[in-house]
Design a protein. Structure first.
Length: 504
């Protein structure tokens, strides 16, 4: 690397935080933050807009269906980054990692080539998601038609039972005067016929449940009044959209989970992935998005192991007879993942609240639907942050906090850790979001937008910089390790050294 390149990198790192923020301040306003402005090329918003352009221009009018147009419109919307599949999030996360690695190389042609490859992957994942949504809608229509036919057959059988009853009763009336014994036999015959008809109905119902096979979710192993149970291929789950009010997908967390899973391959994949099926047949992930991301990463490693074995053993794909050389990961069953699919039970007019007491203010209608209720019940026992629970705060407050937290996460990637138990000077993104909400900074400082919150946090960072670079940190009673302070000074990021700035 030349001396000029080193000098350029050193100057960029040495710039004060206020200079780094100038570009982002152009989009600051008193309105709700707009994620469309100044998004990096690897973000979900940018990738979605590229995919939307390709979908809108690559297909002729004759073959562009309503679903294609709807997907293109949704991908190009301001909030498209909030509705995505795990596969799309993985593409964006990998693109972000590549961007960090390439930022100091100044190779424009290599950067354009990488962006083109990422764009193709984003298009592929969006198409997979589109195909699954279309398949889910078709499957729902098929199920409704089958249910209509079943009910129609049931009604016909019931009418037949009624006819037989009337016929038996008529015969009984004709014979009642002659033989009392014959009256009893006729009555018993009618009752027996009714029981046989009911048994036939029950058998038909049981057989229809056993024969159900969802084109996306695979074989159905149980059907309860409120949900179905399936054994599903993990690759299908990665292309399903995530519930829009779910916490943000963190690819670093999924990679850590995949790394830990390799130590316990013997137990398979424990737990269950929770989905919601809407009236139209659309499926979304309510719980387990990071496990789905973990399985997607393990599935990719499995694929590489299979390809490697094929190259070693020949094109015929024969396996080695030496069991000691078989990779345990290759034997992990990712084709039969236990999935529960909750069925819609109400029409968004339920007067019960999710988290708010009945005597207090009711949450908005969108917080009272089936998905919000099920999501809340599942995550009450999970370490989900208070900010992410439906009904706790409004969408505007959540958007302001997300905007500011993501701004510093993208500006200082070296200072953020995927672990929620990270040590100074690092911050965890979810912990930072929750701390900003719990400290009531927005209310106390009367913050009106994400840009204003970024400016306030930048000011606090500059104040901490003066404290920790004054030379008398230890004399002031600040207990900070030498390594933590050294890294904070290197990246000019001091918010992770303490939390008192949230309450000043």
């Amino acid at each position: 690397m030349s001396m000029s390149s080193v000098a350029a990198i050193s100057y960029r790192r040495a710039r004060p935080l206020s200079i780094r923020l100038k570009k982002s301040e152009r989009c600051f306003s008193s309105a709700t933050p707009n994620p469309k402005q100044d998004d990096p090329w690897w973000s979900l918003s940018s990738l979605h807009k590229r995919v939307a352009t390709i979908i809108a221009t690559s297909l002729p009018d004759s073959s562009r269906s309503d679903l294609h147009q709807s997907l293109s419109k949704s991908l190009n919307s301001a909030d498209s980054h909030k509705s995505h599949s795990i596969a799309e999030a993985i593409v964006s996360a990998n693109a972000r990692d590549v961007s960090v690695q390439q930022s100091s190389r100044h190779n424009a042609e290599k950067q354009k080539q990488i962006e083109k490859e990422i764009e193709q992957k984003a298009l592929k994942t969006a198409q997979e998601r589109m195909e699954l949504e279309l398949l889910a809608m078709k499957e729902q229509l098929k199920r409704k038609e089958e249910e209509r036919i079943r009910l129609e057959k049931e009604q016909l059988k019931k009418r037949e039972v009624e006819r037989q009853r009337e016929e038996a009763f008529t015969k009984w009336q004709e014979k009642v005067a002659r033989e009392q014994q014959q009256e009893k036999e006729t009555d018993d015959h009618a009752q027996t016929a009714e029981e046989e008809q009911n048994n036939d109905l029950n058998k038909d119902s049981d057989s229809s449940v056993q024969e159900q096979h969802h084109p996306i979710l695979g074989p159905q192993i149980a059907h309860l009044p409120y949900k179905r149970i399936h054994l599903t291929d993990a690759s299908k789950l990665a292309s399903l959209p995530v519930y829009e009010k779910q916490r943000a997908y963190r690819h670093d967390r999924a990679k850590e989970m995949a790394k830990d899973k390799k130590k316990t391959l013997w137990m398979g994949i424990p737990g269950v992935i929770s989905l919601m099926e809407e009236e139209c047949g659309r499926l979304s992930i309510l719980d387990g998005q990071h496990r789905v991301g973990m399985m997607a990463l393990l599935s990719e490693e499995q694929r590489k192991i299979v390809e490697k074995n094929q190259n070693v053993n020949g094109d015929n794909g024969t396996q080695s007879t030496n069991n000691d050389k078989v990779d345990p990961l290759a034997q992990l069953d990712l084709e039969n993942i236990l999935v529960e699919v909750f069925l819609p039970q109400q029409k968004n007019n339920n007067t019960d609240t999710v988290l708010v007491d009945s005597k207090k203010q009711q949450p908005p209608p969108e917080e009272q639907d089936d998905k919000a209720i099920i999501f809340t019940e599942i995550n009450k026992a999970e370490p989900i942050k208070l900010l992410d629970l439906p009904g706790v705060t409004n969408k505007r407050t959540r958007d302001v906090i997300d905007y500011a937290a993501n701004h510093f996460y993208n500006a200082f990637p070296e200072m953020f850790s995927p672990s929620q138990k990270c040590r100074a000077p690092h911050l965890n993104l979810d912990n930072l979001r929750d701390a900003l909400f719990a400290s009531e900074v927005i209310k106390r400082e009367k913050v009106g937008s994400g840009g204003e919150l970024v400016k306030w946090m930048a000011k606090k960072n500059d104040e901490l910089k003066e404290v920790y670079t004054s030379g008398d940190v230890m004399d002031g009673g600040k207990k900070v390790s030498e390594n933590a302070l050294k890294k904070a000074k290197k990246h000019e990021f001091y918010l992770g050294l303490e939390s008192t700035w949230l309450y000043k």
